[in-house]
Design a protein around this ligand. Structure first.
Ligand code: PMV
Length: 333
């Protein structure tokens, strides 16, 4: 077995049909499918090196700093999966950089675990198929399974108890469609309830959770059709509906989970105002207060200007469709 060093990159992704709820917590198996867009500008670059001289613990640097204990143990547990798969026991050195601040809550775990799955598996001497990589990335974070692939991506919930069929795959009909996601950042570094805890509470206590689960297959079908027809109005309508239903199910949990702030609502109103004035713009919101706006590339200046003028919006980031996780370089020792 060759132990080498591998550097991989992955773009984050934003779900247009959301994943919210697990059918198996230990294996991170989603209760429903989801559909996302992988982004070029927001992502993670990670280098992994295994070595017997590293001592008893993995060494992790995240954006030039030591990560907090929770992040460190999450990465350590993920590396244990890779070690078990490869039949090695050596500790690893992991150096990872996000192109968006982790603390800004912009889905860094999706690109983070996709890049780590690729870099760590290769550095451990494994060559995995894309579907196997997707299943591995899913163990780190459900949404990371989608960042293995570029462009529009659909995640399957699967039916097997071992999770081998709970993987993502590209939706190639969307390739080359010049859509954009304009991210309205509404807070800097605020801590939110993590998605795993929030999903679990929603599933256990929300009277709307069953309705949410029931609604997802139709949203997926509409999103697939919208992509095949390149119908932005149809895709955006599904995306808003899916986000609203996901948040409604969480808001109805006990205790309630509310990720929105007044700035989130203001940005949602801005998007509705843009539509009233003829601009095809549609929002989606994840487990945080930021608002991500789907639009055509040609409408980005108008969308950015309107969001920037919205009270509480700190800055905007424009993101376009990006490629899947890939290796930048590797060396065999
Ligand atoms: O990948 P996780 O466990 O952080 O969950 C992601 C949940 C959402 O971002 C809110 C929705 C999604 O499908 O990405």
């Amino acid at each position: 077995m060759n132990l080498s060093s591998c550097t991989a990159v992955a773009g984050t992704n934003i779900a247009l049909v959301k994943y919210w709820g697990k059918r198996d917590v230990a294996l991170n198996l989603p209760a429903t499918g989801s559909l996302s867009l992988t982004l070029k500008e927001l992502g993670t670059r990670t280098t992994v090196r295994f070595g017997s001289h590293f001592g008893p613990d993995d060494r992790v640097r995240l954006n030039g700093q030591d990560p907090d204990d929770k992040t460190r143990s999450r990465i350590g547990a993920f590396l244990d999966l890779v070690r078990a798969h490869a039949g090695i026991s050596a500790r690893a050195e992991v150096v990872t950089e996000n192109s968006v601040p982790t603390a800004a809550g912009l889905a860094s775990s999706a690109s983070g675990f996709a890049a780590l799955a690729l870099a760590a598996s290769r550095a451990a001497g494994l060559i995995l198929e894309p579907a196997q990589l997707s299943a591995l990335a899913r163990r780190g974070s459900g949404s990371a399974a989608r960042s293995i692939f570029g462009g529009f991506v659909e995640m399957q919930p699967g039916v097997f108890s071992d999770g081998t069929d709970a993987v993502a795959a590209p939706v190639p009909e969307g390739d080359g469609w010049p859509v954009r996601l304009v991210v309205a950042v509404t807070s800097e570094g605020a801590k939110h309830m993590g998605s795993t805890e929030a999903m679990d509470r929603t599933a256990r206590t929300s009277p709307f959770y069953a309705g949410w689960l029931e609604s997802v297959p139709q949203d997926l079908q509409d999103a697939r059709a919208a992509i095949a027809e390149r119908d932005l109005h149809r895709l955006g309508t599904v995306a808003e509906r899916s986000a609203m239903r996901m948040h409604a199910s969480a808001m109805a949990a006990a205790p309630p989970i509310l990720y929105w702030t007044p700035s989130t609502l203001a940005a949602m109103q801005t998007v509705r105002g843009l539509r009233d004035s003829g601009v095809a713009a549609y929002f989606t919101i994840d487990a945080g207060p930021h608002v991500k706006v789907l639009c055509e590339a040609a409408d980005v200046p108008q969308v950015e200007a309107a969001l920037s003028a919205t009270p509480g919006v700190l800055r905007t980031v424009v993101a376009s469709p990006g490629r899947g996780a890939r290796i930048l370089h590797e060396t065999t020792s």
